[in-house]
Design a protein around this ligand. Structure first.
Ligand code: COA
Length: 216
C-alpha cells in the first residue's frame, strides 16, 4: 500500500519535471530571454567538441567573427581543450564560444583569447563576460601573469566591452589584419593576480609593426 503511494508520487514528480522541460524549450523558442540572470541560469558552459563545428554557423556568420580552417580548431581542441568552451542554450543552440590558449615563457607566461563570439540573438546578456571570466579563471589556475587578446581598432563594441571587463590597450599593432586596406589591432591586456606589481600592463608608448611581434 505504502509502496504504491510512493510510486505514484514518483510518477507525478517525473511528469512535472517533463512538463517543465518541455515548457522551458517552448518558452525559449517563443520568447527569447532578455533577462541576464535567467539567461545565465539557462546557459550551459561546456567544453567545445568536434560536433559543434557542424552547428556554429549562427554564431560565425558575423562579419567580426573570424572563421578558421578545420585544422586550426582541431589544434586548439587537442592542445588547449580547457580554453575552448561553448555556451549552449537548453534547446542545444550554440549561443557563443571562446577559444584560447596558454603561451609564453617566464614572466611572459599568459592566457590568450584567440576568438570570442556571441550569437546576435543572445547579445547584451552577459554571455561574453561569462566566457571571459571562465578563461581568466583557467589562466589564474595555470599561474599566468596576464591575459591578452587582439582586436580590430574599428571594433568599438568589443573594445568597450574589454575595457569594462578591466582590460587596457597595451599597444597598437600596425596592419595586423590583412584586407583592403589592412587594419591595425589593439593588443589588450589584463593582469592576473600573479603579476603583483602589474608590470605586464605597462603600455607601450609607440605602435609596433606586426612583423616585429615577438614569436612565442
Ligand atoms: C563583442 C561581443 C562578444 C559581446 O558579447 P555580449 O555577450 O553581447 O557581451 P556582454 O553582454 O557580456 O557585455 C559585457 C559588457 O560589454 C559592454 N557591451 C557589450 N556589447 C555592447 C554594445 N553593443 N554596446 C555597448 N556596450 C556593450 C557592456 O558594458 C556590457 O555590460 P552591460 O551589458 O552590463 O552594460 C559580441 O558583440 C560579439 O560576438 N561580437 C562579434 C564578434 C566580436 O567582435 N568578437 C570580439 C573580437 S576580439
Amino acid at each position: 500500500m505504502f509502496r504504491g503511494k510512493k510510486r505514484n508520487i514518483q510518477r507525478i514528480l517525473l511528469s512535472i519535471r517533463c512538463w517543465c522541460f518541455v515548457q522551458a524549450r517552448f518558452l525559449e523558442v517563443k520568447f527569447p530571454v532578455k533577462n541576464k540572470e535567467i539567461l545565465q541560469k539557462m546557459t550551459t558552459l561546456r567544453p567545445f567538441t568536434c560536433n559543434d563545428m557542424f552547428k556554429f554557423n549562427n554564431v560565425n556568420l558575423d562579419p567580426l567573427t573570424e572563421t578558421y580552417g578545420l585544422s586550426f580548431y582541431m589544434q586548439y581542441l587537442a592542445r588547449w581543450p580547457e580554453y575552448f568552451q561553448v555556451a549552449e542554450s537548453p534547446n542545444g543552440n550554440i549561443m557563443g564560444y571562446i577559444m584560447g590558449k596558454a603561451e609564453g615563457n617566464g614572466d611572459n607566461w599568459h592566457g590568450h583569447v584567440t576568438a570570442l563570439t556571441v550569437s546576435p540573438d543572445y547579445r547584451r546578456l552577459g554571455l561574453a563576460a561569462l566566457l571571459m571570466n571562465f578563461l581568466e579563471d583557467v589562466s589564474e589556475k595555470k599561474k599566468a601573469y596576464f591575459v591578452d587578446l587582439f582586436v580590430r581598432v574599428s571594433n568599438k563594441v568589443a573594445i568597450n566591452m574589454y575595457k569594462n571587463l578591466g582590460y587596457i590597450v597595451y599597444r597598437t599593432i600596425l596592419d595586423y589584419y590583412f584586407g583592403d586596406p589592412d587594419e591595425d589591432a589593439y593588443d589588450m591586456r589584463k593582469a592576473c593576480s600573479r603579476d603583483v606589481e602589474k608590470k605586464s600592463i605597462i603600455p607601450y608608448t609607440q605602435p609596433v609593426r606586426s612583423e616585429d611581434l615577438e614569436m612565442f
